[in-house]
Design a protein around this ligand. Structure first.
Ligand code: COA
Length: 154
């Protein structure tokens, strides 16, 4: 890994990426790489064919690679007009707090901005809202509450 705590990227950064890192907006991320990245932060396993379908059906997918290792990922679903929602924002633990998550979010929001979508939402896991607030996300604006209805078929 050739990243240091000094490397910090912001939305307007002209700084080049470290040589070893590359950014992809390709939806065809190998499902085993996504599985492995998600497992590295303790997320439960998803079936590879379902991962492939979910990525194909997503509006935007961003992956960050250290050579051939997937180290950062997020995707967004949406209608290309009114709304988009960010899902599966994840950075490999040994790459966290180095700017990779910021790079993922900046790339994802940049792609959503191409559609001029006015509202982007997400569900922040406990302890991560401080990360999202850096990109302008607010918790419960005007008292709006997220609500959930879960089915447990997978
Ligand atoms: C949350 C997560 C994606 C952040 O990625 P990261 O690569 O560590 O984030 P970065 O290094 O790019 O940090 C960008 C900024 O957010 C801050 N930040 C990062 N994680 C934070 C957190 N959990 N709480 C508050 N601030 C945080 C950083 O300090 C940095 O601030 P700065 O710009 O002022 O220096 C990463 O910790 C992760 O994958 N966690 C496990 C999976 C997870 O919980 N995902 C979220 C699901 S909703």
């Amino acid at each position: 890994m050739v990243l240091s705590g000094i490397w910090r990227r912001n939305e307007n950064s002209k700084e080049p990426l470290p040589d070893n890192l590359s950014v992809s907006h390709d939806k065809a991320v190998p499902p085993n790489a996504v599985q492995e990245l998600c497992a590295s932060v303790g997320w439960s396993r998803r079936e590879p064919d379902l991962i492939v379908r979910a990525l194909e059906n997503s509006l935007a997918v961003v992956s960050i690679w250290d050579k051939d290792e997937l180290v950062g990922f997020a995707r967004a679903t949406g209608d290309k007009v009114f709304n988009a929602t960010v899902w599966d924002m994840v950075v490999r633990p040994d790459y966290q707090r180095l700017g990779v998550g910021r790079l993922v979010m900046c790339e994802l929001l940049k792609e959503l901005d191409e559609y001029s979508i006015p509202l982007v939402t997400l569900y922040a896991d406990p302890g991560t809202d401080g990360f999202y607030k850096r990109f302008g996300f607010l918790a419960d604006p005007s008292g709006v509450r997220g609500m959930f209805r879960e089915r447990n078929e997978y």
